[in-house]
Design a protein around this ligand. Structure first.
Ligand SMILES: CSC[C@H]1O[C@H](OP(=O)(O)O)[C@H](O)[C@@H]1O
Ligand SMILES: Nc1ncnc2[nH]cnc12
Length: 296
């Protein structure tokens, strides 16, 4: 099979890709275990192969904290993925980001609790990836060009996404605090997914679909799953339409190399551990992700 260079991670409410020809299902066993679910490989009308992975599994059985993010990213890398388009249902912390709007975040504030394994580099192999700009500008530009396809909502860019641990939603005090931090959106999923994609040298962009105003509006009802699901249903058809519209542009930046510009090869030089001090087991595991980078 040809390498599958583009992957879509579907979040809450997005458990499959519509309108594409089914090619295969794979479920690679990585050194970090199996992904959330089998990965579906499908073909677009232009013959492009695209992978799809349901973040919480089809049927939604993994909490945000339980998502095996390392296995997900490693499995996608193993089939050739260079770009990930990650969908997420998010709460809005700003009046102008209305439920059913789509938003491209540029920055992240980490409010997870340190219980999610968040690096491939541990146990005797140390590396530090750059993460100042956590998303892919090249992919973001391609998506922004297609913003006109969204119906019944507006499209925004350059916003800051808070990632909380969950699974419970925030308190009102926390929601106000996140606003005072400069947060515009909130979810439970972007981390460690975005960090691991960076370590795997995969270009990553999240597409946030707003479902609620969280609970910072003091005199209004706080977010509930019921409210989220109602808006998710409306967002899902926009998500599928948007994906169809952006795939040719994403394919173009994959083919001309701009998608992975600055990423490809970056982790080779991010390693701090002296060759003679690298643990054999850690090097073996990393061979799966970045072959040839750390062997001596
Ligand atoms: C269903 S509300 C909270 C849940 O929804 C989002 O999931 P995803 O990012 O996978 O779309 C959010 O991050 C929480 O996990
Ligand atoms: N209010 C919220 N908080 C965290 N994650 C969310 N996903 C959708 N709405 C959310």
């Amino acid at each position: 099979m040809q390498p599958v260079k583009i992957a879509v991670i579907g979040g809450s409410g997005l458990y499959n890709l519509e309108g594409l020809e089914f090619i295969a299902e794979v479920n690679p066993k990585t050194p970090w275990g199996h992904p959330s679910d089998a990965i579906t490989i499908a073909k677009t009308e232009y013959g492009l192969y695209v992978a799809f992975l349901a973040r919480h599994g089809r049927g939604h059985y993994l909490t945000p904290s339980e998502v095996p993010a390392r296995a997900n990213i490693a499995a996608l890398k193993s089939i050739g993925v260079e770009v990930i388009i990650a969908y997420s249902a998010v709460g809005s912390l700003r009046e102008e980001l209305k439920p059913r709007d789509f938003v491209l975040p540029t920055q992240i504030l980490d409010r997870t609790k340190g219980i999610r394994p968040s690096t491939f580099f541990e146990d005797g192999l140390v590396a530090h990836a750059m993460f100042a700009d956590p998303f892919s500008e090249a992919v973001e530009n391609v998506i922004w060009e297609q913003r006109g396809v969204i119906e019944g909502g507006d499209f925004h860019r350059k916003k800051t996404l808070i990632c909380m641990e969950g699974p419970q939603f925030s308190t009102r005090a926390e929601s106000h605090m996140y606003r005072s931090f400069g947060g515009d959106l909130i979810n439970m999923s972007v981390l460690p997914e975005a960090k691991l994609a960076r370590e795997a040298e995969i270009a990553y962009q999240m597409i946030c679909m707003s479902t609620d105003y969280d609970c910072w509006k003091d005199h209004e009802e706080a977010v509930t799953v019921e409210a989220v699901v109602a808006n998710l249903k409306a967002n899902t058809s926009n998500a599928q339409r948007l994906l169809k519209a952006i795939l040719p542009g994403v394919q173009a930046i994959v083919e001309n190399g701009t998608a992975v510009e600055g990423l490809k090869g970056s982790m080779r030089f991010a390693c701090m551990t002296a060759p003679e001090k690298r643990s054999k087991e850690a090097v073996e595991k990393l061979e799966y992700l970045l072959p040839g980078y750390y062997t001596v």
